[in-house]
Design a protein around this ligand. Structure first.
Ligand SMILES: [Cu+2]
Length: 223
């Protein structure tokens, strides 16, 4: 019985991947300091259109940081924002088209939101100005992160794709590819991060954070 189940799982997972072709490459990055930990996303959007398969994802708040700090999801996905910290947090975004505010909530609590339209959401906490993250709502289910050396690999069904590389420090770069039977090596994706300048953001009212917000002592009050 157990063996039958295992065989079935193997057959099913093979079927889901049947006909998929490996697409890989290495993103060339210019102007990134060696100390910077930059999350780089590569996604492949079918040019001829295909159904996007949404899912459930999570971005938690822990040690006064969002984790992960960059979260790519297919359009239509729901993201949970659990507070896994010992202090109160807030989650908000002023990004378009769907700016939102999940309100202030306590340790152990969680709120979620549906992200239906492709967009880039900058996520903040109204209490802690150092908490920043990005949600990338993508028009595709095919995406991955690059490894530290810039390498990436995606398994795609045959077809034509627009492959895009994105990081917070650059304008994105794209390449069009055709996927048939043989693996595809993509060579022309580049990011120029040399013009990146870090800018401070406003709170959810569009105002500067109070000076006290930058003082770690404030957390004693919200415990
Ligand atoms: Cu916070």
């Amino acid at each position: 019985m157990k063996k039958t189940l295992l065989t079935l799982i193997v057959v099913l997972s093979f079927a889901a991947n049947a006909g998929a072709v490996n697409v890989n490459g290495k993103v060339q990055v210019m102007g990134r300091p060696s100390w910077a930990k930059v999350i780089t996303v590569v996604y492949a959007e079918p040019i001829d259109g295909s159904r996007v398969q949404p899912g459930r994802f999570s971005m938690s708040q822990r040690n006064k940081t969002f984790s992960p700090t960059v979260l790519p999801v297919p359009a239509g996905s729901t993201i949970e924002f659990p507070n896994d910290d010992r202090v109160f947090h807030n989650v908000f975004s002023l990004s378009r088209p769907g700016s939102f505010d999940l309100g202030l909530y306590r340790a152990g609590a969680s709120k979620s939101r549906l992200f239906s339209t492709p967009a880039i959401y900058r996520i903040f906490c109204n209490i802690h100005p150092q908490m920043t993250a990005v949600v990338l709502v993508l028009p595709t289910s095919y995406f991955t992160l690059t490894n530290p050396a810039g390498g990436y690999s995606l398994d795609l069904p045959p077809g034509r794709y627009r492959v895009t590389v994105w990081s917070e420090r650059s304008t994105p770069s794209t390449a069009e590819i055709s996927v048939a039977a043989a693996p595809v090596a993509v060579s022309d994706l580049r990011l120029d991060e040399s013009k990146f300048v870090e800018v401070s953001h406003k709170n959810k009212f569009g105002e500067d954070y109070p000076a006290l917000a930058y003082d770690p002592m404030i957390d004693r009050k919200s415990r």
